[in-house]
Design a protein around this ligand. Structure first.
Ligand code: SF4
Length: 251
C-alpha cells in the first residue's frame, strides 16, 4: 500500500491489519478497552452509559476499576438514584473528578427513571439530551450498548485518523463527521476499539513505535519521526552517491 492509494483503498487494509493484531477472532467483545470488557461480561446499555461518563478525562484502567467497584453494589438506575452520595464517591474515587461524576451519574439515573421508565433510550437524539452526555458518550452507548454502527471519536481516534491521512481535521468532533462520510459502514462498529488499542500500543501521542507498524508507506506523520527522517536521509545519500558515479558509455 503506497501514498498514492486512495483513502477508500486504505481503510480495508488498515482495518484488516488492526483486527488481526488486536481482535484475532474479529469480535468486538474480545476488545481490551474498559467498555469492551464491561460489555463482554454484561450487555447492558445502562452500564455502558455510566462507564462512559466515568471514563471522561480518565485513563482506561481507572475507569475499569471504578466501574467494577460501582457495579458490584449499584447496577440499575433505581439503585444508583437511591444510593448514598458519599458511598458513590468512595466507589468511583479512582476516576478523575469523582465528586462531580457521582452527582452526574445520580442525575442521569433519575432522568432515566422519570422519562424512560429506567431504560436507556436507543437513539442519538434522545441520548444527547441526557445530562452529561455528549456526542462521544452517545455514540459509545449506541455502539457498545446497542450494537448500532457509529464512530465514537476520542483523542486517540482523532490522532490516528489524522496520522493515517484518513482525515485532515482539528477536533475529534470534526474527525467523527469526516470519518462517517468516508468510512464504509461495515467498519464503524470496530473503529473505536481498534484505533484506541493502536493509539495506546503503537501510535502513541509521543514516541510512536513506527518500526512495528504496517502503515509507514502512507502515514503522514512518519516522515516527521526519527525513523522517517533516517530513511529519507539514507535515500538522499544513495541518490547523491548514484549521481556522482561516472556514467557508462557504450562506445
Ligand atoms: S508509522 Fe508511526 S506514526 Fe504512523 S501510524 Fe504507524 S505508528 Fe503511527
Amino acid at each position: 500500500m503506497t501514498t498514492s492509494a486512495s483513502i477508500r483503498e486504505r481503510i480495508p487494509f488498515i482495518m484488516r491489519d488492526l483486527a488481526a493484531r488486536y481482535l484475532p477472532a474479529g469480535d468486538l467483545h474480545q476488545g481490551e478497552t474498559a467498555l469492551a470488557k464491561i460489555v463482554a461480561e454484561r450487555e447492558d446499555p445502562f452500564l455502558v452509559l455510566i462507564s462512559t461518563i466515568l471514563s471522561q478525562r480518565t485513563r482506561d484502567e481507572m475507569t475499569e476499576r471504578a466501574s467494577r467497584q460501582l457495579f458490584a453494589k449499584y447496577d440499575t438506575p433505581r439503585a444508583l438514584a437511591d444510593a448514598d452520595p458519599g458511598d458513590l464517591e468512595r466507589l468511583i474515587k479512582p476516576v478523575g473528578f469523582y465528586r462531580q461524576k457521582a452527582v452526574q451519574i445520580q442525575k442521569v439515573s433519575r432522568v432515566l427513571l422519570d422519562r424512560y421508565g429506567g431504560d436507556v433510550p436507543a437513539t442519538y437524539d434522545e441520548l444527547i439530551a441526557l445530562p452529561q452526555v455528549g456526542p462521544k458518550t452517545a455514540n459509545c452507548v449506541l455502539v457498545y450498548g446497542f450494537g448500532e454502527p457509529r464512530i465514537p471519536t476520542d483523542t486517540h481516534v482523532h490522532r490516528v485518523s489524522n496520522r493515517l491521512g484518513l482525515v485532515r481535521t482539528k477536533t475529534p468532533a470534526a474527525t467523527e463527521k469526516r470519518l462517517m462520510r468516508t468510512v464504509s459502514k461495515e467498519y464503524w462498529l470496530h473503529i473505536n476499539e481498534l484505533f484506541i488499542r493502536f493509539g495506546k500500543d503503537l501510535c502513541r501521542p509521543i514516541g510512536p513505535q513506527c518500526p512495528r507498524c504496517s502503515f509507514t508507506d502512507f502515514c503522514r506523520f512518519y516522515p516527521r519521526t526519527k525513523w522517517g527522517k533516517l530513511v529519507s536521509k539514507t535515500a538522499r545519500r544513495a541518490q547523491v552517491h548514484r549521481s556522482r558515479r561516472p556514467s557508462r558509455t557504450h562506445d
